[in-house]
Design a protein around this ligand. Structure first.
Ligand code: NIG
Ligand code: FE
Length: 425
């Protein structure tokens, strides 16, 4: 009998998501989920050794420690593939202004929105940003998120973007959640370049992108491709420069108007295209043709009070690996809970619980190029697991507005626990 560090056992349902990716054409039925009843996982050195029926795992492995998941559900740790988690201050007044009738675009054009965050971030030190951000990472972890992408984009000068990316690197060192850094210098046109957008684009291409790459601070380059921010032609130039410099590509695409952002993501074979509320049918085809992962952000539509939602069903029908994310940011989505995202995905995007869970795990991992290490429970992958105090996985999304987590396990260690959950029966 082999000895392992940990066995998580007796799960009513062990949901591994250890299956071929839909885009590989292996016929994964997006609405169903393979479930191991009475499941267990053996873990050593922070990695999954094997999973299976509890009786089989218990017969094969002697555990140094054991976690009972009796009557509960075990899934991979959640992955959040699109956040703006490092920001200087909350913007609750804008939320209220929107609820009183102003639009996001109107607030931005009046100097609010991203501009308001930029003004404040420029006055803060890297250390202050780190201290501000740690509690949000704790909260994301407590709600089941074990890997997360974080973007810069509230600095908009070389110095302030680097400061933000260095804060993200520091958070990655100090916090157990795995962090993937993205450069979003093209989040807005800073006010000092309002009448000289070309000047800012040339700063991005000639100074910021090369400097970020030289310092190795970002894996991805993202852009806010939208009619009133960067149009298609400008986005193409900036993204091509980033790719040339060695970064992988992401896009905020077709969030408000269908300007062809999804088509551009397909053309450039970006890793992901995000938002996509207004994506056209041709755009969806382009995503499929370019192997682009769609990342949908239903909490943003919720916070903006939009009645229109991303065409998730069309994307799923096209075989796309639909991922979900919080878009956590102080302006348009102030939630760090992927559980909330799953509820909104079920109700507003008409996704099944299986599709929502896949969107927050294996497909989310793929959208940040981490599907080799996280997002599913499989031999050799990181032992990042959530034990949920629910009787079956369909309670994800259904039991809403409360934290359903019992334990979060990161690389084989319990890193968060929540004893005040009530299991619906
Ligand atoms: O994803 N669309 C642009 N960026 C964010 C909003 C950021 C902000 O308002 O601070 C988003 O919604
Ligand atoms: Fe965003």
């Amino acid at each position: 009998m082999k000895t392992v560090d940990l066995v998580v056992r007796d799960a009513a349902q062990l949901i591994t998501l250890d299956e071929p990716l839909p885009a590989e054409g292996n016929g994964v039925d997006s609405a169903s989920l393979p479930v191991v009843p009475d499941g267990a996982a053996a873990i050593s050195d922070g990695k999954i050794i094997e999973y299976g029926a509890t009786s089989d795992i218990a017969a094969k492995y002697k555990a140094r420690s054991v976690i009972s998941a009796a009557g509960m559900v075990v899934t991979p740790g959640l992955v959040d593939p699109h956040t703006h988690l490092v920001f200087p201050a909350t913007r609750e007044d804008e939320f209220e202004m929107r609820n009183m009738g102003l639009s996001y675009k109107e607030i931005t054009l009046r100097g609010g929105g991203i501009h308001a965050s930029v003004r404040k971030l420029r006055e803060m030190s890297k250390e202050e940003l780190v201290e501000k951000s740690l509690p949000y990472l704790n909260s994301a972890l407590a709600h089941g998120t074990t890997a997360i992408e974080i973007k810069s984009g509230y600095g908009l000068t070389t110095k302030d973007e680097i400061k933000t990316l260095e804060a993200i690197a520091e958070l990655n060192k100090r916090h157990v959640v795995d962090i993937v850094p993205t450069f979003l210098g093209a989040h807005e046109v800073p006010v000092e370049f309002r009448d000289n957008k070309e000047g800012y684009i040339s700063l991005l291409i000639n100074e910021m992108i090369p400097e970020v790459v030289r310092r190795g601070l970002a894996e991805f380059c993202d852009i806010f491709c939208e009619a009133h921010v960067y149009n298609i032609e400008e986005s193409r130039r900036i993204l091509l420069a980033a790719r040339e410099a060695g970064m992988k590509l992401k896009m905020h695409a077709d969030e408000i108007e269908p300007i062809g952002g999804a088509e551009l993501a397909g053309e450039l074979r970006a890793v992901s295209a995000d938002h996509l509320v207004a994506a056209s049918d041709a755009g969806i085809e382009a995503l499929a043709a370019g192997g682009v992962a769609p990342v949908l952000l239903p909490a943003t539509s919720f916070s903006l009070g939009l009645q229109k939602h991303a065409p998730a069903r069309k994307m799923l029908d096209a075989g796309l690996p639909v991922a979900l994310s919080t878009d956590f940011n102080p302006g348009t989505s102030f939630t760090e809970s992927q559980q909330f995202t799953m509820s909104l995905a079920c109700v507003n995007l008409k996704m099944s619980a299986a599709e929502a869970l896949r969107g927050c795990t294996v497909n989310a991992a793929r959208a940040i190029c981490r599907d080799g290490t996280v997002g599913s429970i499989a031999p050799g992958k990181q032992a990042d697991l959530v034990v949920w105090n629910i009787p079956n996985y369909k309670h994800l999304g259904y039991h809403s507005g409360v934290n359903l987590v019992r334990f979060v396990i990161k690389k084989g260690n319990i890193v968060a626990r929540n004893v005040n959950t009530v299991k619906g029966t």
